[in-house]
Design a protein around this ligand. Sequence first.
Ligand code: PHE
Length: 463
Amino acid sequence: MNNSNKARVDFASKVGMVLATAGSAVGLGNIWRFPVMTGQSGGGAFLIIYILCVIALGLPLMTAEFIVGRHAHTNTAQAYKKLSNGWLWRKIGKFGVFTGWFILCYYIVVSGWALDYFVDALLGKFSRLAQSGDPDAYAHHFQSFVQNPWMPAVYALVFILMSHFVIVKGVKKGIERFSKIMMPLLFIILAVLAVCSLFTAGAKEGLTFLFRPDLSKITFKTILAAMGQAFYSLSIAMGCLCTFASYFSKDANLVGTAVKVGIIDTIVAIMSGIIIFPAVFSTNLSVDAGPSLVFIALPNVFHQAFSSMPLLGYFVSVLFYFLLILATLTSVISLHEVPTAYLSEDFHMSRTRATTIVTVSVIVVGSICSLSMGPLKDLTLGGKNIFDLFDFVSGQIFLPIGGFLIALFVGWFLQRRIIYQQLTNCSTLPPRGMRSIILLLKYFVPVAIMFIFLSGLGVFDWL
Ligand code: PHE
């Protein structure tokens, strides 16, 4: 154990531990990506497949990362080194740290957009856009904002600084304390917004779309999309879960924690669906609007859906973008923690110094990602600008490779004794689920990930 490990601080309470981990999982993936995917993949049918993927793919992988993290009790890069002699396995951790940092660089750009939209909602800009009478006003607004060289970068900067100040305070006083306040607040806002949405004219239709499965809509592609979404939404293979688990106490129940985080994350995704679909069905906009849903369609949706009660419409859009900021911030914090823990422990740096290095590097690379929507938009590779490349490489390449290696490592190579010790807390808990978890990690998860990977590369596009 190195010196910095001796001074390691763990989460102080189980509630804090679950909320911080759930904070990592709950993010743009739930509030933005889940409704988009559900809208494009047939509603209720997608939801069922998604839940099955969370159970069969997400929970075993999450538990695998918890096992490695808590056993090693150190940052992700060190953790895999400590547990294995094989060259490849020793590298998984560093790969996870790099993926976490890489994702943060572009995640922060979208977080900045959320912050801008919150400010716009607060200033009543969206109702002014509606009054302009131009049907494309919302799209123009979005385009001109992201193409501006300064504003998106400034908002991204503000966002990363917010995360910086939480991270610098450490695990207990920073991340845990922040999550314990923000996560309950997030649930309250979700509940309030869901109730508001039930008063819109499209409530019945929206809920039917979300909850009544039309099984004929299930295709091979739906299944692949649901698997990828479960992966992303649960923060798998980015070093976050492993890093956070290294702060778990010795008596934390790993399987129980994975189940709780999985349930919270899924509930938040479903609640976002309950907020968004009734509102969308109240307007003549389409449910499969795609990625522009949150930033182009929604401001309009909220305005139209509550046109008879403009004040409520204003309130709903302000609250919605505030919700998006909260959810995104807790994820950004967890991503920020991964390289910070690595630098501070492996290079024996103070936490402040490590955090600052991560913050500055993310500002530099994040600004380039942000500029790739405007002044640098002609800098492309394979038809993708820098921002799209970061999204593609991290989501479609790094993430499946990381998940694949983690599943193989824990399923096939990690000593059974360690898995048993971690799942039973040294024989104080029954080894519930251990067999199924190992079986899933050995066979099902790697095969499923192979398919996600190939589909991300477009191999199944002809289907
Ligand atoms: N799970 C987060 C979301 O749903 C994204 C994320 C991935 C956050 C990996 C941290 C680490 O938005």
